[in-house]
Design a protein around this ligand. Structure first.
Ligand code: UT7
Length: 329
């Protein structure tokens, strides 16, 4: 019997309609369009303004897109891994809310927290349930309502992040396509440079924490930038070498969309020409767990069966990693 690999059998995505442009931000903080475009590559991002809607709203829209495109029955879904940094609630898990809303009554699920590397962690862990033969349909969703944890008076962060998400359906493959290899890392020593100060069990919400605007992303941008370039380049190089993959062999490089300069620096170190690099940061900014699946969703039509695709990410934690797959459809 041939070895079972876990392959992406379909993708879905969704971003909110409301657009927040650089020119809008010029009216909110001391910044300008030119600085944002040249330093980050971002022109606009989407903001979820639906009253009472959290990350599950984004995830559900993305999954509905996938289910209708792939003609998948909700009752066939066995597991939902929701990769998010902005869960609807501390508990219960957003995955549970998604399953209930969609009627996935045969599925269980859990939330996965690895900040911007979440979707890579999710694909890697989800693939294990397929490769063992345990399950045939696993949803890995990456979604964030970053606007819920952004201080729109902090120009160092509010220009970067946006809301959105996407999802991949993992199924068994018997042709050797799909996920070939991955390498993941984490280092809690990076926590001081990118985190949210309050709202967790160390510092629950209080009048003081709200007044100090501690329920929002804190980032020491320049430090994170350096770690992102070095670690994404190193882990991707190792993964490619281990799989005998040269930059010429590679069909597509799909990097986390945090900053266009990070993407270009990593691509440069890997010697991957920019034509092979998937970039949509100009439209959506950094959607954290949403960036990688939104890239797959938006460029799906350009991928061909057998294409060699490498994904790479870096995020708060620190977390980072890379994953190599052969596109399966
Ligand atoms: O996805 C998770 C991982 N996150 C990342 O990978 C993000 C990594 N970091 C970055 O993308 C960049 O560091 C930022 C976009 C956050 C900042 O860009 P930078 O080139 O590293 O700028 P900087 O923080 O070193 O600041 C340079 C200057 C400073 O002014 P002075 O001190 O040189 O006078 C800042 O005060 O730019 C100033 N500045 C701004 N100016 C206009 C910072 N933010 C802004 C702004 N508009 N929004």
């Amino acid at each position: 019997m041939s070895k079972i690999t876990a392959a992406i059998a379909g993708v879905g995505g969704w971003v909110p309609e409301d657009v927040l442009t650089n020119h809008d931000l010029e009216k909110m903080v001391e910044t300008n369009n030119e600085w944002i475009v040249t330093r980050t590559g971002i022109s606009e991002r989407r903001i979820l303004k639906v009253e009472g809607a959290g990350t599950s709203y984004i995830a559900i829209k993305a999954i509905q897109d996938l289910l209708s495109k792939t003609k998948t029955n909700v009752l066939d879904i066995e597991l939902i891994i929701c990769c998010t940094t902005t869960p609807d609630f501390v508990f219960p898990a957003t995955a549970n809310l998604i399953a209930a809303e969609l009627g996935c009554t045969n599925a269980w699920g859990y939330d996965l927290q690895a900040a911007c590397s979440g979707f890579l962690y999710g694909l890697s862990t989800g693939s294990q349930f397929i490769e063992t033969g345990k399950y045939k349909k696993v949803l890995v969703v990456g979604a964030d309502k970053m606007s819920s944890i952004i201080n729109y008076q902090d120009r160092a962060t509010c220009i970067i992040f946006g809301d959105g998400g996407g999802v991949a359906l993992l199924e068994p493959n018997h042709e050797g396509l799909g996920i070939q290899d991955f390498q993941l890392h984490s280092d809690g020593n990076g926590a001081p440079y990118l985190h949210m100060k309050a709202g967790g069990s160390r510092k629950p919400a209080s009048h003081e924490s709200i007044d100090a605007r501690e329920h929002a992303v804190f980032q020491e941008g320049a430090t994170v930038f350096k770690f992102a370039v070095t670690n994404m380049s190193d882990v991707t190089t190792k993964l490619m070498e281990r799989n005998g993959l040269t930059s010429e062999d590679l069909s597509w490089f799909v990097p986390h969309q945090a900053n266009r300069r990070i993407i270009e620096a990593v691509a440069n170190r890997l010697n991957v020409p920019i034509e092979k690099v998937i970039i949509n940061i100009q439209k959506y900014g950094n959607t954290t767990n949403g960036t990688l699946p939104l890239c797959l969703w938006e460029f799906e039509k350009q991928f061909k069966k057998g294409d060699k695709v490498v994904l790479s990410a870096f995020g708060g934690g620190f977390t980072w990693g890379a994953l190599y797959m052969k596109w399966a459809y």
